[in-house]
Design a protein around this ligand. Sequence first.
Ligand SMILES: *Cc1c(COP(=O)(O)O)cnc(C)c1O
Length: 458
Amino acid sequence: MELPFAESWKIKMVEPIRKSTRKEREQWLKEAKYNMFQLKAEQVYIDLITDSGTGAMSDRQWAAMMLGDESYAGASSYYKMKDTVTRITGFDYVLPTHQGRAAENVLFSCLIKEGDVVPGNSHFDTTKGHIESRKAIALDCTIDEAKDTQLEIPFKGNVDIAKLEEALKKYGDRIPFIIITITNNTSGGQPVSMQNLWDTRVLANKYGKKVLFDSARFAENAYFIKTREKGFDKKTIKEICLEMFSYADAMTMSAKKDAIVNMGGFFATNLKDWYDMAKVKGIAYEGFVTYGGMNGRDMNALAIGLDENTEFDNLESRIKQVEYLGKKLDEYGIPYQRPAGGHAIFVDATKVLTHVPKEEFPAQTLTVELYLEAGIRGCEIGYLLADRDPVTRENRFDGLDLLRLAIPRRVYTDNHMNVVAAALKNIYDRRESITKGLEITWEAELLRHFTVEMKRAK
Ligand SMILES: *Cc1c(COP(=O)(O)O)cnc(C)c1O
């Protein structure tokens, strides 16, 4: 018989995790005001709140940590990181930052001013925050198909080229650059095709615009291009990465994702003027240009992580696990954003908790139910996260309302995924009986989901 798939690594070090009782969880959740971010990590059994900075480093990454060069200026660790980034992306100028949003902050300080418009596929929340805080507009030009969770198409993260051209015509000089997020996190970890990256480049050239890649999960994007797009199956991940980045002028990177480090990020480009502008801000906000908020040892680990995670086997092990959880949910008929994304499964809460009114936050209610059921921590990506409209102060109910189960890299086994799926099935089986959601008792004006306080709706 054909041998089944298995991971391309084995485990050298383990960390204990602890189950709790439902009674304990009810108490903890009340204390946390029904906010997952307010729970203590030790109150969680399986933690799927994010895949950011939560991955397990390899033995080679840990070994590289010991060789970190902590020199203030010109550390060898910086050059190891820079040479790896250049080899994989083709960008010669590399500016380290302490994480992805810091790279955004450094670059956007130079490029975005009040009244500007930054079009692209769905902007990640910190990216959007860094655009909107400068009184500019983050214009979402993702294809409409991304909004239909049950529609199965291979590149659901794509930019709608017609929408983008309309924006370029309409806003002209107000557009400082186009941004493409790979993979498209907000639409469900959905990939962008090489064809779409190329089409965007062609359009950008026509209108004389630069293109920036928000690249947190670019390696996962390359995996999907290799496995789904015609003409790429014989190419290596590294060859695909080089081609992808050849259509961009610059990149920002949260290394906490595809470089599998616990903290780190960078900005990279071939535009000397962008680098020269950014390095001034980098020194002010992050630190000198050869460390930018990172330790030498972390830059070493980043270099190795980036190299390892742009190899097919490692990406296949990761993405097959996400797919595995998706298949389990299929078995139980639980609806999620299809097809399974690169880093997470996004359960369509409004299709599960059909009796919970939108004003009572179905996805947050489902997140709470999953925690109570089995101590599993997911993350609401829905009406809470969407914040209120800045002008009307009304809740924004026009997007999707999802429970995200983000899977850390190389951390949990498929047995853990079985537990997650079974817990969701138990909730799904009694979904008709769940009619009450949650009410907000306190909220911040911006990015409220991190600190919101809630109670059970009456
Ligand atoms: C995580 C992420 C960021 C921000 O990076 P941090 O390292 O969390 O600051 C930006 N864009 C995307 C697409 C991300 O996933």
